[in-house]
Design a protein around this ligand. Structure first.
Ligand SMILES: Cc1cc2nc3c(=O)[nH]c(=O)nc-3n(C[C@H](O)[C@H](O)[C@H](O)COP(=O)(O)OP(=O)(O)OC[C@H]3O[C@@H](n4cnc5c(N)ncnc54)[C@H](O)[C@@H]3O)c2cc1C
Length: 265
């Protein structure tokens, strides 16, 4: 079987899904939010490691974010990935999905000779699910999204099953290709003690805009046509239930009155 070079894009997200929003700036307060790897990205790493074990090859982790994303990349190394690259610079900050996809695709071009690129199906903080497909477009590669079953590469093609709400699609794509994965695909492995130790012997490479051949107008805020104007936590509106009593006939009468009052009957 051919040896594969697989890149897995991973994002760090706040631990709590009860995000705190700054009332003035309307931004997510990330400083006191502990970070963790986006859960779907663990499935993506597991899928890459599984294919690497069947085919031989190399798994490279790639993330764009602040310096503290390094801890998440180390966790991926501890799962068994070979290399980790963090794209970190003030110039990348404030990126929307388009600018994120652009920077990731420029980094993948620089990495070179990549056969497969794995993503989680979506992040759990912004939830758009757009970054994988955007990278596929920038790199002009075929894409298979929402994958929950995957086969080894054969004759330069990979067969995967896509799970949508009420439908499954079996798709064959030629590699190099982009794949976004669902959590049903696999059970991510826990880092072993040996791999945790090994992960601290590996360097997390940090690249900024100077290492990429990226157009400065297409990165960070400058390259982001989407602006999140407002984010808020919806108020929990508790509705009060009213008991219509224990006597069925009286309860039916009362119910009919209520429905007539509301012009429902
Ligand atoms: C509450 C909130 C709402 C937002 N809404 C929007 C919006 O509507 N439109 C918009 O353009 N931007 C939005 N953003 C900005 C958006 O979070 C960033 O652009 C982000 O870089 C990528 O979008 P995502 O988290 O939706 O990723 P998704 O597309 O949901 O992520 C899918 C996969 O892409 C990979 N990935 C995502 N981000 C990175 C990264 N930085 N590095 C490496 N791999 C990555 C991971 O594998 C991930 O599983 C929002 C941000 C927040 C906090």
């Amino acid at each position: 079987m051919m040896s594969l070079h697989i890149v897995v894009c991973i994002k760090q997200v706040p631990v709590s899904n009860n995000l705190k929003i700054d009332p003035v700036t309307k931004n997510v307060i990330r400083s006191d939010a502990q970070g963790m790897m986006n859960p779907f990205d663990k499935n993506a790493i597991e899928a890459a490691l599984d294919l690497k074990e069947r085919h031989d090859g190399e798994v490279t982790l790639l993330s764009m974010g602040p310096k503290n994303f390094e801890i998440t990349l180390r966790e991926g190394l501890a799962m068994g990935a070979d290399r980790a690259i963090l794209l970190s610079s003030r110039a990348f900050g404030g990126a929307d999905t388009l600018a994120t996809g652009y920077v990731l695709s420029e980094a993948i071009k620089k990495i070179g000779n990549v056969d497969l690129i794995f993503f989680g199906r979506q992040s759990i903080d912004a939830d758009t699910g757009q970054v994988g497909p955007i990278v596929a477009e920038f790199l002009d590669m075929p894409q298979a999204t929402y994958i929950h079953e995957i086969n080894p590469v054969q004759n330069g093609k990979i067969l995967a099953t896509r799970l949508m709400e009420n439908m499954e699609q079996v798709i064959e794509v030629e590699i190099p290709a982009v794949i976004t994965v669902r959590s049903e695909l696999n059970e991510p492995r826990y880092p072993t003690l040996r791999n945790i130790q090994k992960s601290y012997q590996k360097e997390v490479e940090v690249w900024d805009e100077n290492q990429l051949a990226a157009d400065p107008n297409r990165i960070g805020i400058k390259g982001s046509p989407t602006i999140v104007r407002k984010v808020w936590t919806p108020e929990n509106q508790k509705k009060v239930a009213e008991s219509l009593g224990n006597h069925p006939d009286a309860a039916v009468q009362k119910l009919l009155e209520i429905l007539r009052d509301k012009n429902i009957l």
